[in-house]
Design a protein around this ligand. Structure first.
Ligand code: GLP
Length: 241
C-alpha cells in the first residue's frame, strides 16, 4: 500500500489529476472505473484541463462508473451519469459508447446487474479504479455489513449515507433508498486502485483502513488486501494516521 498525504486540498486535487493522467499516458487503452462525489470532482476537472493543455489522448480509453442511484434518470443533474459527463467525459476526447454508467431507471433495477457485469467484461476488466469513500467506510454503495465477497448488486443505502447525500438531493426525503453498485469483490478485481479521501469526516475511516482490522463493519478495509493500492489523503483525512 502506498499512501500519499497532501498539505492541502489544492495539492490533493492536483496529485489525483496527475495520477489519473499518468495512467492514460502509460496505457492509452485503459479501462477506468470512476466514482462521482465531492472528493473526485476537482480531480476530474483538473484532469480535463490537463487533457486540453497537454493533449492527453483518451480516444482508446473506456470508463464505467462504480454505481448509480436507483430511480434517478441519467439526465437528472443529481445522477452519477450526469455528474461524470459534466465534470469529465464531456470534456475529454473519449467515445461516449465506451463509457458506461448503470441505468438508474432500469426496472426492476436487478435487471441492470447482468448488463453491468457483461459491460465490464467486454471492456476487458478494470485497469484503474478511482473512488472516494463514505464517512461510514462504504465503497461504491457497499455499506457496513456487506460481505467482502459481494458482487454486482442493488444495495440499500444506510441512513448515514442518505444524510450525507442531502448535499446532492436537497432533503433527506428526496435521497434515494437504493443504489446499483459494483460489489466489493468487483472493486478488488481491478488491477489498480486509487482511494481518495479528503476532510476530517474521513479521518477515522482512513485510520481504520490503514491500522484497523479487516472487518465488514468497514467495507473499505478490504482494499488493504489489494496488491496495488494507493491512498491519496489530504492532511485532515490523514490526521489520525
Ligand atoms: C457516494 C458514492 C461513492 C462515493 C461517495 C463519496 O456514496 N456511491 O462511490 O465514493 O459517495 O462521496 P463524497 O466524495 O462526496 O464524500
Amino acid at each position: 500500500m502506498k499512501i500519499i498525504i497532501t498539505e492541502n486540498e489544492e495539492k490533493f486535487d492536483r496529485e489525483g489529476a496527475v495520477l489519473f493522467t499518468r495512467q492514460a499516458l502509460k496505457k492509452p487503452d485503459t479501462t477506468f472505473a470512476l466514482a462521482t462525489g465531492d472528493t473526485t470532482r476537482n480531480i476530474f476537472a483538473l484532469a480535463a484541463v490537463m487533457h486540453n493543455e497537454l493533449k492527453v489522448d483518451y480516444s482508446l480509453c473506456k470508463t464505467c462508473n462504480l454505481d448509480e442511484y436507483a430511480g434517478v434518470a441519467a439526465d437528472d443533474k443529481r445522477s452519477c451519469r450526469y455528474r461524470i459527463n459534466e465534470v469529465l467525459l464531456d470534456k475529454i476526447n473519449i467515445k461516449k459508447e465506451n463509457t458506461y454508467v448503470p441505468d438508474g431507471l432500469c426496472s426492476p433495477p436487478e435487471k441492470e446487474l447482468e448488463i453491468f457485469k457483461k459491460k465490464i467484461e467486454s471492456f476487458g476488466g478494470i485497469d484503474y479504479l478511482i473512488m472516494g469513500i463514505g464517512s461510514n467506510g462504504h465503497i461504491g454503495f457497499n455499506e457496513p455489513g456487506t460481505p467482502l465477497d459481494s458482487s454486482f448488486r442493488v444495495a440499500e443505502l444506510s441512513l448515514e449515507t442518505r444524510k450525507d447525500k442531502i448535499k446532492v438531493f436537497g432533503s433527506f426525503d428526496q435521497t434515494p433508498k437504493f443504489g446499483i453498485t459494483m460489489g466489493i469483490r468487483d472493486i478488488m478485481a481491478s488491477r489498480e486502485i486509487l482511494l481518495a479521501a479528503k476532510g476530517k469526516s474521513k479521518a477515522e475511516v482512513i485510520r481504520r483502513i490503514v491500522h484497523g482490522d479487516l472487518s465488514i463493519d468497514v467495507p473499505a478495509s478490504a482494499v488493504r488486501l489489494h496488491p496495488s493500492l494507493t491512498i491519496l489523503a489530504d492532511k485532515e483525512a490523514a490526521s489520525l494516521l
